[in-house]
Design a binder for this molecule. Sequence first.
Ligand code: T4K
Length: 379
Amino acid sequence: MGGGKMGMDKIFVTRSSMPELAEYVTEISGMWENHWLTNMGPKHQEFQSELEKYLGVENVELVTNGHMALELTLQAMHLQGEVITTPFTFASTTHAIIRSGLKPVFCDIDPVTYTMDVRKIEALITDKTCAILPVHVYGNVCDIEEIERIAHKYELRVIYDAAHAFGETYKGKGIGSFGDASCFSFHATKVFNSIEGGAICFQNKNLGKTIYELKNFGIHGPEEVCAVGANAKMNEFCAAMGICNLRHVEEEIAGRKRVSDRYRQHLEGTDGLILNIQQNGVRSNYAYFPIIIDEKKFGAGRAEISDRLAEQGIYVRKYFYPLTSAFDCFHGEYDVSETPVALHISKRVLTLPLYAGLDMKDVDRICEIILQCRKQSLR
Ligand code: T4K
């Protein structure tokens, strides 16, 4: 990595936040004395209780990654049938449903927040529906009240994919305190990382006990295995990284806010560019900076913009294109025309580089290149 064109460092869509090396070394040094590397050791316990405090929730269960958080939660709920979800997400959300023996039913998204369009949920409910699995995509908070109302009316479970929502609050409450469970990702590319990692916040302590067993092969006691579980235990090195990064997560979020504000200064109000919404009642974590490009109005499309940026060593991403419902592995099983808004957005979105350490000069340069595409085409 680094050392790109003309001596410039490459800029990727994000860059992992890391503590000072010395801080991490101090954090892991005890392992050279106790030789305890995994299987719910002292760092695991410490990280878990620190997270409960930070997230403002009562129950947290740590796992190896955000994907296993989703799978184990679905498995622990003993669900069967159909799960209403969004196709405008990362592969993990849909794969977790299918790998748990459930059928995804794709709901369209709201054109402003890109989260599940709650006006379209009820029409998708059948006698097979068992749960709703919405995503706080880009950290945009779903319509929690309406989802709660529908779930209550039809007796459905609600599992939030909160992979993008770490550290957010909604109306002053930790984002992990809504629904039956919320699944977080602590992947290296996230606002907060434990190298790889994930966690489930849940309301029902019995659900937590089941998840705890499922992440350790379903082992209940030394001679008792009560479920066909997986191995999804967070190891001590990851927990130690999580403990360190948690000390600095507020700086990371503040830095991301500065970068996001700078992008807004340059790009807000540009004809043909739609920036992400800033939601009332939400304390944002500035997880992603998506822009939607209307080629006709802007005068250039996203392919041209990404090419121009790539020529300068700047690599933007199309999170999330294609829709998960269009993946090759499903061989056309799902009809993407049934989620027209999601399809429209996925064809026009670009996510710009965003992390606390991104230099303001680079943000200025990125915006200049984007706006340059416009000038050239309007000439
Ligand atoms: N639900 C949702 C809604 C999700 O978005 C995700 C994950 C999950 C569930 C599942 O959570 P996990 O099981 O992953 O915990 C990345 C991440 O791998 C993935 O965690 C994330 N969503 C997804 C949106 O993005 P890629 O394939 O795009 O990542 P990659 O390797 O291209 O990395 C992107 C950029 O990040 C790199 O260009 C540079 C930077 N980077 C990457 C790595 C791996 C670093 O700075 N350090 C690193 O170590 O999927």
